[in-house]
Ligand binder design. Structure first.
Ligand code: GUN
Ligand code: ZN
Length: 430
C-alpha cells in the first residue's frame, strides 16, 4: 500500500516529536504483519517480485482506530430519547439486553455491529456483551470470521437489574471462566472480565470478578466509573464503608494494567492520581457524556504529566451516538473547548490509535504503522464529501488536514479498512 502515511511513535501530550508523517510512504505486509514501512523510495525494494502495489495518492493511510469502550448489545437502542444514565438503563438498556438470551438474535446483531465497526475504521474494540454467555460466543465468532483483534466479555450483574439479567457471584464466575478458556488467546480474541458497574454487583461478585481477573493473567477488567452525579451518590449509599467510587474497585483489586474504566468524568484529583499510579486506563466517551448529560471529561487533567493516566477514546454506543471514532474526536474537541483546552488533531488522532493501544496494553501489537505490528490500517479520503474536498484543498499542513478530518467526518471518510493486511471494507461510491 502506497500513500501519505500518518502514525505515532510517541505521545504528543508529552512530546513535540511524536508524529510520523511520510508524504509518500509504503506499507508492506505479509501473514498479517507489517514487514516494511517507510518512505517509498527507501522501502520499495522490500516488495517481492510480482506483488502489485496499491497506490492511493491523495489519501491518508493511518493505523486502524481503537474503540476502548462500546456495547455491541446496545446497537439496537442508539439514539433513545430523553433520560440520564440510571433512567436510560432502566427504560431502554435493560429491556434491550434481555433479547440477547436468543443466540440467533445475538448473531444477527453481531453481524451489524462488525459491519459498523469496519465501515467506520475501527479495527479493535473493547466490547461489553450481555449477561448471557451465548451473546459472548456470537461476538467472538463474528470477530474470528472478520479476522479482527477484539476484546470482550460477559457482563456480570447480581443485583439492581431485572431478574432475567441477573447471574450470581458463582454462576458469573463459572460462566466467565468457561468463556476465558474458550476465547482468550483464541486467534486474535482476548477476554475482559466485565462487572457492569459497582451498583449492579454485590461485594461477593466484585470479589469473584477480581479472583477471575487475577487467576487469568493477560485478561482485561472492564467496567464503568464516575459517569453521572446521581450514580456516584448511589455508589456511596451502597458502599458507605469505602471512601468513594474508585475506592470500591481499588478495594476489590480491580485497578491496574489491563483494567479499563469507562468515563471517569467526575473523578476527584486524588482519584485521578490513584488511576495514574495503578496504570489503570480511562475510556473517554464524549458523544455518550453529552448525549446522557453526564458531564465534561477533563482530558488535559487526565494527561497531566505529573500524574498521567492512560486514556483512549470510546464511542460507548448505545449511549454514544456514533460508531465513528472520527465523529468521537469531533465531540472530544468540543468538550475540551468547553473546558478552555484546545485539543489539537495530533492529540486526538493519537488517542484514537497508539494512545488507545497503550491504554489497552496492546501497543506491542496494534496502534501504529511499524514493522512487526499487526497490519490493521485505514485509507482515509480527504475528499469524501464535496465540502470536505473543498475545505481540505486549502490546508497547509498535515496537522491542519487531520484537524479538518476529525471535525467534519463520519463513516464516509473511511475509504477502506484493512485487517491483518486484508481488505475488509471498501466504501461504495455513491
Ligand atoms: N453504566 C452502567 N451500565 C452502563 C451502560 O450500559 N452504559 C453507560 N453509558 N453507562 C453505564
Ligand atoms: Zn458503557
Amino acid at each position: 500500500m502506497r500513500g501519505h502515511a500518518v502514525s505515532f511513535k510517541d505521545d504528543p501530550f508529552h512530546s513535540d516529536d511524536a508524529l510520523v508523517d511520510i508524504e509518500d510512504a509504503l506499507i508492506v505486509c505479509e501473514g498479517g504483519i507489517i514487514t516494511a514501512f517507510g518512505p517509498y523510495e527507501e522501502t520499495k525494494d522490500a516488495v517481492p517480485p510480482g506483488v502489485e502495489i496499491v497506490h492511493r495518492p491523495g489519501s491518508v493511510l493511518c493505523p486502524g482506530f481503537i474503540d476502548t469502550h462500546v456495547h455491541y448489545v446496545q446497537t439496537g437502542i442508539i439514539g433513545a430519547f430523553g433520560s440520564q444514565l440510571i433512567d436510560w438503563l432502566n427504560h431502554y438498556t435493560f429491556i434491550e439486553e434481555q433479547r440477547f438470551a436468543d443466540a440467533d438474535h445475538a448473531a444477527e446483531v453481531a453481524r451489524v455491529y462488525f459491519d459498523e465497526l469496519l465501515r467506520n475504521g475501527t479495527t479493535t474494540a473493547l466490547t461489553f456483551c450481555a449477561v448471557y454467555p451465548e451473546s459472548v460466543d456470537a461476538f467472538f465468532e463474528e470477530s474470528q470470521r472478520r479476522g479482527t483483534r477484539m476484546i470482550g466479555g460477559k457482563v456480570l450483574m447480581d443485583r439492581n437489574a431485572p431478574d432475567a439479567l441477573l447471574d450470581t457471584a458463582q454462576t458469573g464466575y463459572d460462566d466467565s471462566k468457561a468463556l476465558i478458556e474458550r476465547w482468550h488467546g483464541n486467534g486474535r480474541q482476548l477476554y475482559a472480565v466485565t462487572p457492569r458497574f459497582a451498583p449492579t454487583s454485590t461485594p461477593e461478585q466484585l470479589e469473584a470478578a477480581s479472583a477471575l481477573w487475577h487467576e487469568h493473567p493477560g485478561t482485561f477488567q472492564h467496567t464503568h466509573v464516575s459517569e453521572n452525579v446521581g450514580e456516584i451518590q448511589w455508589v456511596r449509599s451502597l458502599f458507605p464503608e469505602r471512601s468513594g467510587y474508585l475506592d470500591v474497585y481499588d478495594h476489590y483489586g480491580l485497578l491496574g494494567r489491563r483494567s479499563v474504566l469507562a468515563h471517569g468524568v467526575h473523578l476527584t484529583a486524588a482519584e485521578r492520581r490513584r488511576v495514574s499510579e495503578t496504570g489503570t486506563a480511562i475510556a473517554h466517551c464524549p458523544t455518550s457524556n453529552l448525549f446522557l448529560g453526564s458531564g465534561l471529561f477533563h482530558v488535559h487533567e487526565a494527561k497531566d504529566s505529573r500524574h498521567p493516566m492512560h486514556v483512549g477514546l470510546g464511542t460507548d454506543v448505545g449511549a454514544g451516538t456514533s460508531f465513528s471514532i472520527l465523529a468521537t474526536m469531533n465531540e472530544a474537541y468540543k468538550v475540551a473547548e468547553l473546558l478552555s483546552y484546545p485539543l489539537n488533531s495530533l492529540k486526538s488522532f493519537y488517542l484514537a490509535t497508539l494512545g488507545g493501544a497503550r491504554a489497552l496494553d496492546l501497543d506491542d501489537k496494534i496502534g501504529s504503522l511499524e514493522v512487526g505490528k499487526e497490519a490493521d490500517f485505514l485509507v482515509l479520503d480527504p475528499a469524501a464529501t464535496p465540502l470536505l474536498a473543498f475545505r481540505t484543498s486549502t490546508v497547509e499542513s498535515t496537522e491542519e488536514l487531520l484537524f479538518v478530518l476529525s471535525i467534519m467526518s463520519d463513516d464516509r471518510t473511511v475509504a477502506a479498512t484493512y485487517v491483518g493486511g486484508t481488505l475488509v471494507h471498501e466504501r461504495k461510491e455513491s
